[in-house]
Design a protein around this ligand. Structure first.
Ligand code: 3PG
Length: 308
């Protein structure tokens, strides 16, 4: 019996990416089942029942989905953040969960820079804006996306600072990035802070009022990470207290409707997560996911496993 792979993408990949994924599975003799743009979780639960593997984006691989996948051996999140996979449920069933680190990073990095310019220029509407050149950019977590943001921003004449306890100061210095010794130092030094931390038990709601209140006058926070890392009460408080504070986020917080009304040109939130919405990112992440599935099922290759 040929192996079956489910591509479950509520937010579908570009057509060219899906074609590339299909070619990889055709060559391996696998059957590709597509569940794209679905709106009903029941369809996902039904589609996963008899597949050996699945590729997802931000689609939730909950314990319910994992339980429904009785033949499931591997889940690949085509992207970086894997907070949408119930890792303990996967581990309990001996399912290998992977991501595709770095594959969509450039798309996210370009969006972060685009959001900085968008707010700096009053959302391309009235009045004088400001330039990024000469301003200080703080990168909160110097991983795949953070490094790319730093590289683009450096080319635009920004001074680059970063905080990341997992990256040595010397490594940052060799890339012309000044290492901050604390989050507080990063937030109080920079004109822009760009968030690149994952959402986990430690980071959720960690960007709170105390930290935000340390930001400089006229500062802008850019969030292309996860909405869950922001303490929304703290965000609303700082934006209410400080008319100079700006926030752009991919994806809109729960309080979007309330703050879009109140803060107009100082706030922007995307309706759906747009960071990885480029054909290039879809091709990179989608094809990497397909190759990882074949390598796992054929050779037991567990590179990029996240539930070790
Ligand atoms: C990621 O974690 O890779 C990004 O947030 C992109 O997510 P998406 O594939 O759901 O757009």
């Amino acid at each position: 019996m040929s192996k079956k792979v489910l591509l479950a993408t509520e937010k579908p990949f570009a057509k060219s990416a899906v074609e590339g994924i299909k070619q990889i599975f055709d060559a391996a003799g696998y059957e590709l089942i597509k569940l794209e743009k679905y709106t009903d979780k029941a369809d996902f639960l039904k589609a996963v029942t008899d597949v050996d593997a699945m590729i997802i984006r931000s689609d939730k691989a909950s314990s319910e989905v994992i339980a429904a996948g009785s033949r499931l051996k591997v889940i690949v999140r085509a992207g970086a953040g894997f907070d949408n996979i119930d890792l303990s449920a996967a581990s309990a069933k001996g399912i290998c969960a992977m991501n595709t680190p770095g594959q969509n990073s450039n798309a996210v990095a370009e969006l972060a820079i685009g959001m900085m310019i968008y707010l700096a220029r009053n959302k391309f509407t009235e009045g004088n804006g400001s330039e990024l050149k000469g301003k200080k950019l703080g990168i909160h977590a110097y991983g795949n996306v953070g490094k790319l943001v730093a590289g683009i921003a450096r080319g635009m004449g920004m001074g680059i600072y970063a905080f990341d306890p997992f990256v040595k100061a010397e490594a940052m210095a060799s890339e012309n990035v000044k290492a901050c010794s604390s989050i507080e130092e990063l937030y109080s030094t920079c004109d822009y802070v760009s968030l690149h931390i994952p959402a986990n038990e430690k980071t959720k709601k960690s960007i709170n009022y105390d930290l935000l209140s340390k930001m400089k006058k006229g500062a802008t926070l850019i969030n292309t990470a996860r909405k869950e890392v922001i303490c929304e009460e703290g965000l609303k408080k700082i934006m209410t207290e400080r008319e100079d504070f700006k926030y752009a986020t991919d994806i809109a917080p729960d309080c979007h409707a309330e703050i879009v009304e109140k803060f107009g040109l100082r706030y922007h939130g995307t309706k759906k997560k747009m960071g990885a919405e480029t054909s290039e990112a879809n091709i990179n992440a989608g094809l990497a996911a397909a190759r990882q599935i074949v390598a796992f099922l054929e050779k037991g290759d567990r590179t990029f496993q996240v539930n070790k």
